[in-house]
Structures are given as structure tokens and as C-alpha cells.
Design a protein around this ligand. Structure first.
Ligand code: FES
Length: 100
């Protein structure tokens, strides 16, 4: 039996006023790209910090054990879009998102 009930949540980019959906375990970066939004990125593996963004509300979960963030940055709500997914609707602040 196939389960067609993939959970999706929504990202709202506060500065740009854009929204897009993220599937379960999909990265924010990939979901944005599918929606026609380019997050500035480089390594895409959680090490260079180019895709750093600030999560203002909602729950973000990193898909790797040691993303390149300090404990203080995590506590302050920073996330790396290339290796993070969302577990609720979220609001994100970034200057590094553009339309393709
Ligand atoms: S692109 Fe390098 S940490 Fe996200």
C-alpha cells in the first residue's frame, strides 16, 4: 500500500513576502529552488554558512548532526537552509533569497 499523504509545511520569507511549501525531510534550499526562489548557497552540505538564515517562528530541524552553527546561534534561531527541513510552518528572515 502506498502512502500518498506526504506532510508539507510552509515557509514564509518575511522580508520578501514570499511563501513556498517544503515536503517532509526536504531541505528549505531545495524547496525554495523548486518554487523558483534562489537562496544564495555554495557548499550545500552545511559547512560554508552561505545559506545562513534566521528562523523567527516555527520548528526547523537540521538533517545533519553537526551543521556549522554555534550553540548560541542555534539558541538564537539561526539555521542553514541547505541542510535544514521544517516540522511546522515557519517564518524566516534572510537577505539572501532572490527570484530566478
Ligand atoms: S550552502 Fe554552505 S552551509 Fe548551506
Amino acid at each position: 500500500m502506498t502512502d500518498n499523504t506526504t506532510r508539507r509545511h510552509q515557509v514564509r520569507l518575511l522580508k520578501q513576502g514570499w511563501t513556498f511549501e517544503v515536503q517532509e525531510n526536504q531541505t528549505i534550499l531545495n524547496a525554495a529552488q523548486e518554487a523558483g526562489i534562489r537562496f544564495v548557497s555554495s557548499c550545500r552540505n552545511g559547512s560554508c554558512r552561505t545559506c545562513l538564515c534566521l528562523v523567527k517562528s516555527g520548528r526547523v530541524r537540521h538533517l545533519i548532526e553537526w551543521p556549522s552553527l554555534s550553540f548560541d546561534e542555534k539558541d538564537d534561531g539561526y539555521a542553514l537552509a541547505c541542510v535544514a527541513t521544517i516540522d511546522s510552518d515557519v517564518e524566516i528572515e534572510t537577505d539572501q533569497a532572490f527570484l530566478f
